[in-house]
Design a protein around this ligand. Structure first.
Ligand SMILES: Cc1cc2nc3c(=O)[nH]c(=O)nc-3n(C[C@H](O)[C@H](O)[C@H](O)COP(=O)(O)OP(=O)(O)OC[C@H]3O[C@@H](n4cnc5c(N)ncnc54)[C@H](O)[C@@H]3O)c2cc1C
Length: 511
């Protein structure tokens, strides 16, 4: 069997027959099979928007090339008696647990929230009746923060290609569409992610893993450079390795760790709002037409640096998506975005944020506790705006001009919005940067200023970072590791999951 890699240019709406016809023409073959290796939309010229597809053709008639299959890293299995407790079942925690389990460790996952099925019901009650559940919300519960998300599976992290490949292949095994393994901007949406999280859990349990739901890490007992025990729901648990994968929303967990002497410092992060537009408007701006057969919805990613040197950018864009109340705690208000696999909602939203350092916000060299308190207070002030989930909003053009908007429709945000001078609700250094950024973005994407800025977006990245070694181990501890977004070294589903995989591999290699 021989193989040949071809680059094809195809219209946005094409069929399998079109691909076969093109391959046949290019290689003069009639008997062959093929596999898509990469697929991305080229929308640089509005009049010529097309797919660029990399295809691996295999046929007895071809004698060239080796099959260019990407290589996965090996996970060496052996019988081991070592035990591991992983705290948190988000992408980082789950994949650390899963890889260690496949290598023969006895793994328990401790998760403060419930199974994703129960969590879904709690989120439904939140959106429909405003009932907030402290352990099952957009931040907490099985699957972690990313479960009720747009499910973008892209990552800007470097040096994680084999981990990314592994994670995507596990997602496909657990029910995600195969296309995520070759799309240049893969995404699965909330509907598919819930299925994936359920199936991954079932495989983990089938392989002998233990899942403790509704169980919260409350304390760590330290003796002789080791976490001797973890206290969860008043019970003491013990293991050879303790992996923290608690995400960046678990403020009380951070505070407990700081009290116990785990070194956590401050770092750059971003803060701002969500901006929402009608999706057909974004399609028009990006494609020159309101819809494009064969493509779900147009995306954008914008960035600039302000005259004061602050980065301003859009982040985590959710085409055809919904703005959601994503606070981890009661009487706090934070927004984020999600979508379904079809991305067929009538709005699009994205974070529109300015990159800052905690010291800029606090006006002095700050500690991790201080920035967590500061964030808590700001999230509380946004909640106090309405004393319920209704969020403040303003048209982007009015944000730029610092004037209030008269009337604003709720858009996709179910609990509702109310016009307010949003630019006065966050520090001036941030709102001024955002005004400048919005002006710049309106020049790049025609009509961007007609969008609506909503609520507080404070969770694009962590403002704190744990001190840790390359392996993920906390210095001064023999058996304590911190992975994922909460560590401050990762952000996003793939990057956090990869961080977990890397930590697991380093533990496997060390014993
Ligand atoms: C609404 C929304 C949309 C998003 N969209 C995307 C997207 O499209 N693409 C993308 O790449 N990223 C997205 N993100 C970000 C992404 O979800 C996170 O970067 C990622 O989930 C971080 O993974 P993690 O495992 O490090 O932490 P998390 O996912 O935050 O998981 C932490 C887990 O630990 C549990 N936990 C916390 N404290 C304790 C404790 N004390 N005891 C026991 N358990 C505890 C939590 O319940 C949670 O399950 C989105 C986030 C949100 C909120």
């Amino acid at each position: 069997m021989g193989y040949k890699v071809l680059q094809l240019k195809l219209p946005t709406y094409y069929s399998d027959d079109d691909i076969r016809l093109l391959i046949g023409k290019k290689l003069g073959l009639s008997d062959f099979s093929y596999q898509i290796a990469k697929k991305g939309l080229d929308a640089r010229k509005k009049k010529d928007i097309h797919w660029l597809i990399s295809i691996v053709v295999s046929s007895d008639k071809l004698s060239t090339d080796e099959y260019p299959e990407p290589k996965l890293f090996p996970i060496p299995y052996k019988k081991r008696d070592k035990t591991v407790i992983v705290i948190g079942s988000g992408p980082a925690g789950f994949f650390t647990a899963q890889v260690l389990q496949l290598a023969g460790f006895k793994v328990t996952i401790v998760e403060r929230g419930s199974e994703v099925e129960q969590r879904s019901l709690a989120i439904q009650r939140l959106e429909e009746r405003g009932e907030f559940s402290p352990q099952n919300n957009y931040a907490f519960g099985e699957g972690g923060a990313g479960t009720f998300s747009d499910g973008k599976l892209t990552s800007r992290s470097k040096h994680i290609s084999s981990e990314r490949l592994y994670i995507l292949s596990e997602y496909v095994k657990a029910g995600a569409p195969k296309e995520i393994s070759y799309m240049s901007h893969p995404h699965v949406g909330t509907d598919i992610l819930k299925v994936v999280v359920t199936n991954l859990r079932q495989m983990f349990l089938k392989n002998g893993g233990v899942f403790l739901f509704n169980t919260m890490l409350e304390d760590v007992l330290i003796k002789n450079n080791r976490v001797e025990k973890v206290v969860c729901n008043n019970a003491e648990l013990q293991a050879d390795y303790i992996i923290l994968a608690t995400g960046h929303s678990a403020y009380e967990t951070y505070r407990m760790l700081i009290r116990r002497g785990i070194q956590i410092g401050t770092k750059n992060f971003a803060i701002g709002h969500r901006i929402e537009h009608k999706q057909r408007f974004i399609n028009m701006a990006q494609w020159g037409k309101e819809s494009l057969p064969g493509v779900k919805a147009a995306e954008y990613r914008l960035n600039t640096t302000t005259s004061s040197g602050l980065p301003v950018y859009t982040f985590c864009m959710c085409p055809g998506g919904y703005v959601v109340p994503a606070s981890a705690y009661p009487e706090k208000s934070v927004v984020n975005g999600m979508s379904y696999f079809m991305r067929d909602g009538i709005f699009s939203n994205a974070a529109c944020v300015a990159g800052v350092h905690p010291d800029m916000l606090l006006g002095h060299t700050s500690t991790s506790s201080e920035i967590l308190d500061w964030m808590d207070k700001l999230e509380g002030q946004f909640y106090n705006f309405s004393n319920n989930l209704v969020i403040p909003a303003v048209r982007a053009i009015d944000y730029i001009n610092r004037s209030e908007s008269n009337e604003i429709s709720s858009g996709s945000y179910r609990p509702g919005v109310k016009p307010a001078p949003l630019y006065n609700m966050i520090p001036k250094i941030v709102s001024s940067a955002l005004s400048e950024g919005l002006t710049n973005f309106s020049n790049k994407l025609k009509g961007f200023e007609l969008g609506v800025m909503m609520g507080l977006e404070s969770k694009t990245s962590s403002p704190v970072q744990v001190a840790r070694e390359k392996t993920g181990r906390c210095p001064g501890f023999d058996n304590l590791y911190f992975v994922g977004e909460g560590s401050g070294f990762a952000g996003g589903i793939i990057s956090s999951a990869s961080d977990g995989v890397k930590c697991a591999i380093s533990i496997i290699n060390s014993c």
